[in-house]
Design a protein around this ligand. Sequence first.
Ligand code: NAI
Length: 328
Amino acid sequence: MRITFFDAKSYDTESFDAIKANYPDLELEYWEAELNPKTAAYVTDSEAVCAFVNANAGADTLRVLASRGVKLLLMRCAGYNNVDLEAATANGIKVMRVPGYSPEAVAELAMTLASAVNRHIHKAYIRVRENNFSLQGLTGKNFYGKTAGIIGTGKIGAAMARICRGYGMRVLGYDKYPNKSLDFVEYVSLEQLLRESDLISLHCPLMKETYHMINIFTINQMKDGVILVNTSRGGLIDTNDLIQGIRERKFSGVGLDVYEEEKDNVFENHEDDIMMHSVTSRLLSFPNVIVTSHQGFFTEEALAAIAETTLGNAEAYLKGEKAGTELN
Ligand code: NAI
């Protein structure tokens, strides 16, 4: 079976090529183009396509893919909020994903962002390079003895909870389905978590009910001087409300690996472009905000696990077996 990869970067081809010899029934074809209705129309002789997190896998794209003979969409990521699963099913396309390739990769980035904004590493790095060894304005706070609030305590949230415990923090959790194995986490209401946490980290999926769960109302419930980290999905936070909260000095720091509008930026070099998105520009202008470009997943271990599970998914599909990663 041939798999056409969309949005294939050098790090994708390296990690997939490293193991493709173990999957002799699969032929891999790498395209740099991103997946959308136009590019989907060029797929030829591929029963499967493989796409990444911000791909356009809406109804139009899926219809075109089906018309090109595609029967399998392999998402090489965990989140699938960009895939119209109903349309996939209606068009006879099976969708599979990589549910938990390395929760620690994302959780470690969440704590990196929290620590970096807390201790102003982004400023300290630049200062010292400019021969400025002043500490003025770089005061942080100990995380030890403080309270961490984890919203969504699934695989990544659980890893983040363990990291916070390692820092000596009290750990609060909010989840619709509490994780019984996390016996050190105190499950509380969202209101209590917002009210008591010094560090809030978002790890629940983006769905209708979680869209803009962080808005001016929930921001106002937070402690003054809170640190907010989002490594989950941009749509969990109403960015305009976040900007208002930042301007009202609610936060001592904000770390964002994901944000609304990221789709036009992520994974590409735009250094010579004029930024057209004023919301993103505003976010980037604040001294206590660190933005990274959706790199939570980006470790050697995670890339290797993504490649392994994705090709394993394709093979299970070929053999008519269940992989347990099917979304429809
Ligand atoms: P998971 O499915 O293991 O955990 C999600 C948790 O959120 C579950 O415990 C679930 O019960 C909970 N949840 C669902 N609805 C909720 C609600 N309304 N309120 C509170 N909690 C709710 O997922 P996992 O693997 O931990 O991933 C979490 C998210 O991280 C993914 O949905 C994805 O968006 C994001 N992600 C980001 C990456 C990055 O590179 N920055 C990489 C991988 C995932």
